[in-house]
Design a binder for this molecule. Structure first.
Ligand SMILES: [Zn+2]
Length: 325
């Protein structure tokens, strides 16, 4: 099953940057970020908050649209090598042009060009989800939402929120989500990773999202799990990320199996793969061993992901065709 065609709905573009790529860029720009790597050259951090620090240090060498074009090419080559045929990536105008609309458009243009080249070469399709950073606060999120609304279309297809879940409440960001919804963007939000089940309820009620990034801590409230199943809310589950950050001690004790068994629509993604020493193939391999999942389960998971993708219907039909055995 590790070689099945895959759909990935939850990937942070900067978070997917191969460490060697970031080191190369740092060298070109004469920036010293040696402190964020371990002796093997992998990203090194102690916990989630330290991870955010390392993440932002790595991201600091990505300074121009051309850097993002190269990043996109590097990330999609890695994804395609893991049989990913469609991927949605979080992009933040905070990192791409400092929330200036003109600059954001330039970054987007460069990223799309690189994505088009990857699609022609490797048959992998990329779409973008604009994402404010929660711990940067609601005011900056409004500026991000304006950038998102102005560039919504067939490529920027969604709006989400990432960053430190303990900063503020979902309702602080309702204005931004309303603006994105009115611009025709589909909505997701990180919740239920560092926040408990109530954070999932808050995101669903206050931001009216149709997917939840992670959402795994909903498992602590079985009534909520049944509500998620009933409402058809899709979880973008990133098991390797949760295990690397210490949310669950091992793959067997990750709740994705319980969600699946209770009828919740689960999908599988890598989040920030090199930070968590994982790949899509690795996720499938570990899950198949932990839960004895066969090809049929993974095909169903990818069918769910195709149904929940924020792309247009023609793209969805094309993906569904490629997922057929
Ligand atoms: Zn994430």
């Amino acid at each position: 099953m590790t070689h099945l065609p895959k759909i990935e709905l939850h990937l942070h573009l900067e978070g997917a940057a191969p460490p060697a790529f970031i080191r190369g860029l740092a060298k070109e720009k004469h920036v010293d970020i040696s402190g964020i790597f371990d002796e093997r050259g992998d990203y090194s951090y102690t916990d989630f908050w330290d991870f955010l620090r390392v993440y932002e240090a790595a991201t600091s060498v990505l300074q121009t649209p051309e850097d993002y074009a190269r990043l996109t090419a590097a990330v999609l080559a890695e994804s395609a090598a893991n049989d990913v045929i469609y991927c949605e990536t979080f992009l933040s105008p905070d990192f791409c042009g400092g929330r200036d609309l003109g600059a954001w458009r330039e970054y987007l243009h460069a990223i799309r060009e690189a994505a088009d080249r990857a699609e022609a070469q490797d048959g992998i399709t990329l779409r973008g989800i604009v994402t404010p950073i929660r711990h940067f606060g609601p005011d900056k999120a409004r500026e991000v939402a304006l950038c998102a609304a102005e560039t919504a279309g067939d490529w920027i297809v969604g709006f989400g929120i990432g960053g430190d879940e303990k900063a503020g409440k979902p309702k602080d960001f309702a204005w931004s989500f309303d603006m994105a919804r009115e611009a025709g963007l589909r909505l997701t939000a990180h919740a239920g990773e560092w926040g408990g089940p109530e954070s999932v309820r808050d995101a669903l009620r206050d931001l009216r999202v149709e997917r939840i990034g992670h959402g795994v801590r909903a498992i602590e409230d079985l009534a909520l799990v049944d509500e998620l199943a009933e409402a058809g809310v899709v979880l973008e589950v990133c098991p390797g990320s949760n295990i690397a950050l210490g949310l669950y001690p091992d793959w067997r004790r990750h709740p994705i199996g319980q969600f699946h068994d209770r009828g919740v629509k689960v999908t599988v993604s890598t989040d920030d793969p090199p930070f968590f020493h994982t790949t899509m193939r690795n996720e499938y391999d570990r899950l198949s061993k932990a839960f004895d999942w066969d090809d049929g389960v993974f095909r169903a998971i990818n069918a769910t992901a195709a149904g929940a993708a924020f792309c247009d219907e023609a793209t969805r039909a094309r993906l569904q065709k490629r997922l057929e055995p």
